[in-house]
Design a protein around this ligand. Structure first.
Ligand SMILES: N=CN[C@@H](CCC(=O)O)C(=O)O
Ligand SMILES: [Zn+2]
Length: 405
């Protein structure tokens, strides 16, 4: 008899959501050497395949590990006071204009050491891991000096080294105008283009470059300059765009081949068409919509009709989305924006990975990395239907069980 090799793992009779759709029949899955070695209907499983496998159990739902493609989980301080002000009727934009909002987090983040930021972010990322995330994007954007932005990116990289999760980093130097550049926004964009991007690229700290294209942040022309600098350093781009108004930032980003445009509540048909042509992913952020009590819905029907892939992410941050639970976003995407549960789940697996330019992730198929979750539920739709921690039975990161082994 062949001896059981612990690195050949077998699940039987699982319902598989493969990143895009639910497989119609009960499946068997074998993981070996960090990859999905076999994914086949139960009826095709024979003794030759199961020989030497460690039995990982039967039944439940298997999905790719969740991919949270838009977060800001490295930050100093908190913004509960701003939350209270907003409940009293002060708008997010008004708070930003008064120098609060993002800039209050900038102040606290600048004051914090790398270690302090690391220790504060650790439980946030651990919560996401416990909820099934295996890939989490983390943006800078609360430092707004070369050193403070690099400090944030270093913390993000350290988090990925410390925990069993893949961290993808994004430089968001063009997030807000820092107070010392008041009235000199073009000069700040010079700093982002001429110093921040080259420094982050030289140290290998950024996997992509992002901007906030909005009246309270940067113009389309300024964001385009940031993209040109990113391109010059071989870095892919993405944009926070059309969140509070329609400036045309998404169409411009798409013309530059953006991986994604994120928020996009105010996106118009021309913007949708530009995304379709460019193959950009629309990142839907229901947590910010919910927290800011927005009323303008992203154009889900138009995106669906155009075939623009939709990702779903937490946007976890101290201001507009202090929500650190990826699975909650599946529910909110369905209840607030009427995504189907399958669309929401694809948005946090295959399409989330595409928004990061990592199309090999977020999929369950033979040969793919074995980042996966097994859930104690009967159908994938239950993940979006109920907001219920504790359903994660097993989680594998790169083939290694890190939960429920
Ligand atoms: N929209 C801009 N940036 C963040 C908000 C960050 C904050 O409010 O601190 C977002 O994605 O929602
Ligand atoms: Zn964001």
């Amino acid at each position: 008899m062949t001896q059981t090799t612990p690195n050949r793992l077998l699940w039987r009779d699982v319902t598989v959501f493969d990143g895009l759709a639910t497989r119609p029949e009960p499946m068997a899955v074998i993981v070996e050497d960090g990859r999905i070695a076999r994914l086949l209907p139960m009826q095709d499983l024979d003794a030759a395949l199961t020989d030497g496998c460690r039995d990982m159990g039967r039944g439940g739902v298997m999905t790719p590990g969740l991919v949270d493609c838009h977060t800001h989980i490295v930050f100093g301080g908190g913004r509960a006071e701003e939350f209270e002000a907003r409940l009293e009727g002060v708008s997010y934009e008004e708070i930003a204009r008064r120098g609060g909002g993002i800039l209050s987090t900038v102040k606290a983040t600048r004051q914090a050491s790398e270690d302090t930021l690391f220790r504060a972010a650790l439980p946030r990322l651990e919560a996401m891991i416990a909820d099934g995330a295996t890939t989490v994007e983390i943006k800078s954007g609360y430092g707004l000096t070369v050193n403070d932005e690099l400090k944030m990116l270093r913390v993000a990289r350290r988090l990925g080294e410390a925990l069993p999760v893949r961290v993808v980093t994004t430089l968001l130097g063009a997030h807000a105008l820092p107070p010392e550049y008041q009235g000199r926004s073009d000069a700040y964009i010079d700093l982002v283009c001429d110093e921040m991007i080259p420094a982050a690229a030289a140290e290998g700290l950024a996997d992509a470059v992002d901007v906030f294209c909005e009246k309270i942040a940067f113009s389309v022309a300024q964001c385009e300059r940031v993209f040109q600098a990113a391109e010059a350093h071989g870095l892919p781009i993405k944009a926070h765009a059309e969140q509070l108004s329609n400036l045309g930032g998404t169409a411009m980003a798409a013309r530059h081949g953006a991986l994604s445009a994120d928020h996009i509540e105010y996106l118009d048909p021309a913007g949708i068409e530009a995304m379709r042509e460019a193959g950009s992913v629309a990142v839907i952020l229901p947590g910010a919509f919910h927290t800011l009590r927005e009323t303008q819905q992203p154009p889900i029907a138009g995106l669906r009709e155009a075939g623009v892939p939709m990702a779903v992410a937490t946007d976890a941050n101290p201001g507009s989305s202090p929500l650190f639970m990826p699975s909650l976003m599946l529910n909110l995407a369905c209840t607030l924006f009427r995504l189907t549960p399958s669309e929401a789940l694809a948005g946090m697996t295959a399409h989330g990975a595409a928004a990061l330019g990592r199309r090999e992730l977020g999929r369950l198929e033979e040969g793919a990395p074995a980042d996966l979750c097994v859930w104690n539920i009967d159908s994938p739709a239950e993940l979006a239907y109920a907001v219920q921690p504790g359903r994660l039975r097993q989680r594998l990161f790169q083939g290694v069980p890190s939960h429920g082994a």
